[in-house]
Design a protein around this ligand. Structure first.
Ligand SMILES: Cc1ncc(COP(=O)(O)O)c(C=O)c1O
Length: 301
């Protein structure tokens, strides 16, 4: 496939896509976005992604000028232009910016929003991230408090997460596990994080984006009779963790093999994921198969 970008209806190869510099998405990160991938040509959890996009927009008092139907239609046109076929899973990112306005922080409610749709191959990740697992580190950077910047605004400014993963990489890790100011675990740079603690599979209840992969993993596990929960997890509880993995639309279930705490101490987890991690991977894959079969008529290619 050839990666393609659609800016307000104009579809071009990536290198030719342009937006006006005065767009508030560029000037201020004043935008919201979603990323989904296809599985067997079917957009995974697309309805949920639209609900989350609309919620992000509501949280920043943005009225999206384009209807959901128009955006889906434009996503389809962009996928078609890319020449993708149902044999390869593709990446779809769609972003709504507040559009162009005067240089003024206050967003005039009358502004016309702009959309940008990116259709590409799935991000290439080192195979070792699955066969061995990622090395994680806790950076000193803390997650924005929810009453400063709600993590459920999936917006065009990721500096908090960028600072956190940059520090983790400087420490030699692959990704970060970000704490809040009280020392509770929130999430990884752009995925949700899960642990097995005292035999119980758990993921942080608050301070993170309500990941759609996490939501559907809970659902898949429940149907399979495996218990999972959401609790507040203090960093000190991680000494009792025996497994760790992250989840997101583009990673599915990715094991973590180590975690460097802030003081330099390193916790180890099983290579390639422990027993429960591998069980979650299998259950989620089967769930995706069932989902794709049930939503075959939504296929984009
Ligand atoms: C900060 C953050 N947390 C969690 C996630 C995982 O969400 P999802 O499973 O919907 O991809 C993402 C991915 O978009 C993210 O950016």
């Amino acid at each position: 496939m050839n990666p393609m970008i659609n800016v307000d209806g104009l579809i071009t190869p990536m290198a030719d896509a342009v937006i006006p510099v005065m767009d508030r998405g560029f000037l201020y990160g004043d935008s919201v976005y979603e990323v989904f991938r296809t599985y067997k040509g079917v957009p995974v959890f697309m309805d949920d992604h639209f609900v989350r996009l609309e919620n992000s927009a509501a949280l920043i008092s943005m009225t999206i000028s384009q209807s959901r139907e128009e955006l889906i239609q434009e996503i389809r046109r962009t996928v078609k232009a890319s020449g993708a076929n149902s044999k390869e899973d593709i990446y779809v990112r769609y972003q709504i910016t507040r559009g162009i306005g005067p240089v003024d922080l206050y967003p005039d409610p009358g502004l016309e929003t702009r959309y940008v749709i990116i259709v590409s191959t799935l991000p290439s990740r080192k195979p070792e991230y699955y066969s061995r697992g990622m090395d994680m580190a806790v950076p000193s950077v803390r997650r924005n408090p929810e009453n400063a910047l709600d993590p459920n605004i999936k917006g065009g400014n990721y500096l908090n997460n960028i600072l956190a993963i940059t520090q983790a990489r400087q420490l030699g890790a692959d990704d970060c596990i970000i704490l809040n100011r009280e020392g509770f675990v929130t999430e990884a740079a752009n995925s949700n994080v899960w642990f097995v603690i005292n035999g119980q599979l758990t993921t942080p209840a608050t301070g993170n984006l309500k990941g759609l992969t996490k939501k559907h993993i809970h659902r898949a596990l429940k149907a399979a009779g495996i218990s999972s929960q959401e609790t507040d997890i203090h960093v000190n509880e991680l000494y009792d963790a025996t497994e760790c993995f992250v989840t997101s639309a583009t990673r599915d279930v990715m094991p973590c093999v180590s975690l460097r705490l802030e003081g330099g101490e390193v916790l180890q987890f099983p290579e390639g994921g422990g027993e429960i991690t591998r069980q979650v991977q299998a259950v989620f894959l089967a769930y995706l198969d069932t989902y794709a079969a049930a939503h075959a008529t939504d296929a984009l290619v």
